[in-house]
Design a protein around this ligand. Structure first.
Ligand SMILES: [Mg+2]
Length: 121
């Protein structure tokens, strides 16, 4: 089976590094990281990841806007949003814009893997 690629987009470098380590720990996935929206869009185009985990709060563009841009480039790629603060309105906006998940920090890695597996089967 081909190794699935997951793109992690978060402006917090330490957080994306931790997430990458956790995701690659299982050896089932390869993780790419982007710490700004420009890199995120470039990696979507170049690598066409199987899944994107996207931070809601980034400088220069909101997570929802970036979600829209990713969906325009590659509508078939599932995108899960990650947020520091739970907000019902934002969650609704994310789902309306095509996100399939909306999870809060600190990320429960067990849940994350389960959620990822479900989408990547
Ligand atoms: Mg952020």
């Amino acid at each position: 089976m081909r190794t699935k690629t997951i793109l992690l987009v978060d402006d917090e470098v330490d957080f994306s590094r931790l997430l990458k380590l956790n995701i690659e720990d299982s050896k089932e996935y390869k993780a790419l990281t982007a710490n700004d929206w420009q890199t995120a869009l470039a990696l979507v185009e170049q690598h066409h990841p199987d899944l994107v985990l996207l931070d809601m709060m980034m400088p220069g563009m909101t997570g929802i806007e970036l979600l829209g841009r990713i969906k325009k480039l590659a509508p078939e790629i599932p995108v899960a949003m990650i947020t520091a603060v739970w907000n019902e309105q934002e969650a609704k906006r994310a789902f309306d814009a095509g996100a399939y998940e909306y999870i809060t920090k600190p990320v429960d890695f067990e849940y994350l893997r389960t959620a990822l597996l479900v989408k990547l089967l």
